[in-house]
Design a protein around this ligand. Structure first.
Ligand code: CA
Length: 374
């Protein structure tokens, strides 16, 4: 059996269908998750019905980033890319969103103009349980609330929340970004949808890839440490010959821009210290760059995509979840209450990895993006 067949056996039939709601342009894990989803779509392991952009900032740029990745794979069929409901002048924190300026110019749908199409598509689904549409939510949930998709037709996978462990398994109970930026939408979603799983930092925070191999996937980094010089050369059109898949090239450029914009922001803030910001460290305190790191950047959103296909690789708990005013998520066993208590919502949490699930995730990413990960 070839390596490729090995992965085929995991894939369930019929082909799972997806709506992907993403704040691509902020943290880089969205770009990885989208690239992985596009590869799965191309291999006909999943079928993407719509992309929707979420988060503040220029929703057209976000849409173009998806389009850039999409085009790189040379897929001709047209999967609608929809600009989500939030469109503002705020730029993202970690600004690879600006690379959208170089993406294809076209009239992208807006959620308002395309909502009827989406709803019609979803309402016409077969009621068979296996045919539920996967709604992969890897950003704030404003669009999801706005769309009000029929609960009996969809299965929601929400990346977000933290129940006691954050990045790299460290013990802290923090208000996670997606929840913190959409508390009311999160509450609404948890109340509205029964078939809903949270993939929190507790499991997703461990989902890094290993760079520590003799033949590293070279594209993903600034290759020296002359940071200030690097920053002068942030350009999206750098051409480097690689042996990699076409989609890896724009992913590389987005990665680089994200890395350097984090670095730039950090240097501007703390000029005296050259200590790296937390987001550029790999959990062992090292730089995530290939030159000295052994682990990749965060991969929260890729983990949520992986969960949607292989939930058996996670320990899942049926619990009641509460979200406080700061966006901190807490959970209790479902039998913790004698009576219904408001503001605690029944849901499933993929709280930790099972067995060698994490290694399977890492191999899966390497397999789909065709670079070796050990
Ligand atoms: Ca995200």
């Amino acid at each position: 059996m070839s390596k490729s067949d090995n992965y085929k056996q995991y894939v369930k039939k019929p082909i799972p269908e997806y709506i992907i709601d993403t704040d691509i342009g902020d943290d880089i894990d969205d770009a990885f998750a989208i690239a992985l989803a596009i590869r799965l779509h191309k291999k006909q392991d999943i079928r993407i019905l719509f992309f929707i952009t979420s988060g503040h900032g220029n929703s057209e740029y976000r849409a173009r980033l998806i389009h850039i990745l999409w085009k790189a794979e040379g897929i001709l069929e047209n999967v609608p890319i929809v600009r989500g409901m939030t469109d503002s002048n705020q730029m993202s924190n970690c600004n690879y969103m600006a690379l959208g300026a170089f993406g294809p110019k076209q009239n992208y749908h807006t959620l308002e103009s395309h909502l009827t199409n989406i709803l019609t598509n979803v309402h016409e689904r077969n009621m068979d349980m296996k045919d539920k549409i996967n709604v992969l939510c890897i950003g704030p949930l404003d669009n999801i609330k706005k769309m009000n998709l029929p609960p009996e037709k969809v299965r929601l996978i929400l990346m977000g929340g933290c129940f006691g462990r954050s990045f790299d398994g460290s013990e802290e109970h923090i208000p996670e970004y997606n929840v913190r930026n959409g508390i009311e939408s999160w509450k609404w979603v948890l109340q509205t949808y029964d078939d809903c799983t949270i993939v929190p930092l507790d499991s997703a925070g461990l989902g890094r890839l290993s760079w520590s191999n003799p033949n590293p996937p070279a594209p993903f980094i600034p290759d020296d440490f002359n940071y200030k010089d690097k920053i002068k050369h942030i350009r999206p059109n750098i051409q480097i010959q690689t042996q990699h898949l076409p989609i890896v090239e724009p992913l590389r450029i987005m990665y680089k821009q994200w890395y350097l914009s984090n670095l730039k922001k950090h240097i501007m803030k703390k000029n005296k210290s050259m200590e790296l910001p937390h987001i550029l460290k790999d959990g062992q305190g090292r730089d995530i760059s290939l030159a000295c790191g052994v682990n990749s950047n965060i991969q929260f959103d890729s983990v949520a995509l992986f969960y949607s296909l292989y939930p058996e690789q996670f320990k899942c708990q049926q619990v009641k979840v509460h979200i406080n005013d700061e966006g901190v998520t807490e959970k209790l066993p479902t039998n913790a209450f004698q009576e219904e208590v408001p503001e605690w919502y029944n849901t499933i949490v993929a709280i930790e990895w099972k067995g060698n699930g994490l290694q399977k995730f890492q191999q899966w990413v390497g397999h789909l993006l065709e670079f070796p990960i050990y």
